[in-house]
Design a protein around this ligand. Sequence first.
Ligand SMILES: Cc1cc2nc3c(=O)[nH]c(=O)nc-3n(C[C@H](O)[C@H](O)[C@H](O)COP(=O)(O)O)c2cc1C
Length: 245
Amino acid sequence: MVMTCSDTIKERRSIRRYKPEKIPLEDIYEIMEAARRAPTDAALHLWTAVWVRDPQAKKKLAEAIGQRHIEEASDFFVYIADLYRLERLLAYRGDTLGDVDLALLVFAAIDAGIAAENMALAAVEKGYGTCFIGGVQNAVEQVIQQLRLPRHTYPLFGLTIGVPAEDPPPRPRLPLHMLFHSEQYHNYTVLDLYEAYQEMAPITRRGDYYRLLRRYVAKGGYFEERNSEMPEVLEKMGFLLNLKH
Ligand SMILES: Cc1cc2nc3c(=O)[nH]c(=O)nc-3n(C[C@H](O)[C@H](O)[C@H](O)COP(=O)(O)O)c2cc1C
C-alpha cells in the first residue's frame, strides 16, 4: 500500500527501541535525498549533518549523550548549524564571511529542523523508525570533538533511524486552538489551560504533564542548564552572540 504524505505524518512517532539490523544503503541515500530537497533560506543550505553508522562511534556518542537508542539505531545523524561551508565558498572567490551571529544561527536551526523532518518522514514511509535527539546538548563538547567539527559550526540535535522494535501509541498534542491563533495572538483562558493538561495527561505513565513541564522549563529545569553552557560553546566555535550588550 502506498502511503500518502498525511498517512506518513500520522504514522510517525518517536521510536526508541530498534532491532539490530542495518538499513540498506540505498534506502539511507533516498532518505538523505529527502533532506536535500527541503526548503532552505535563500538557498544558502545553512545546515550539514554528520552521518554516524560505525557501531563504536555510535556507542561513544550514546554514552556521552546518555541515550541508548542512539547506539541501537542503525544510523545516527547529527544535524549541524554550518556556516563554515559558506565561509569556504566565499573565500574561494576571495571574499570574507560576515559576522556569524544570532540571525544566522536561528536560520540555520530552521533549515536543519526542516531538513531533518523531511528525512524522518522519508524514513517512516520506508517502514523505519526515527527519534530526534535534543540530548546532543547534554554532551555538546564531546560531540564537537568526536565529529571534529570546525569553527562556525554547532551541533543542534540528532536523528536516529533504524528498524523499529516497538510500536508505541501516538503521543497526545495540545488542542489545535492552543497552537494556532486566528488573525492575532489571543490569550489563554483558565479553561484552555485546564483542557491542555487534560489532553496531554497520557504523555506520562502517571498522567502528569505538569511534571514534564517542570523538569524541562521551570526554574532550575533542563533548559536553564542547557542555556548556561550553550553561549560559551557557541562563542568558542566562533559565533558572535552579543548577548552581553
Ligand atoms: C528538537 C527535539 C528534540 C528531542 N530530543 C529528544 C531526546 O533527546 N531524546 C528522546 O528520546 N526524544 C527526543 N525527542 C522526541 C520527543 O520527545 C517527541 O517528539 C515528543 O515527545 C512527541 O512524541 P512523538 O514524536 O512520538 O509524537 C525530541 C524531539 C524534538 C523535536
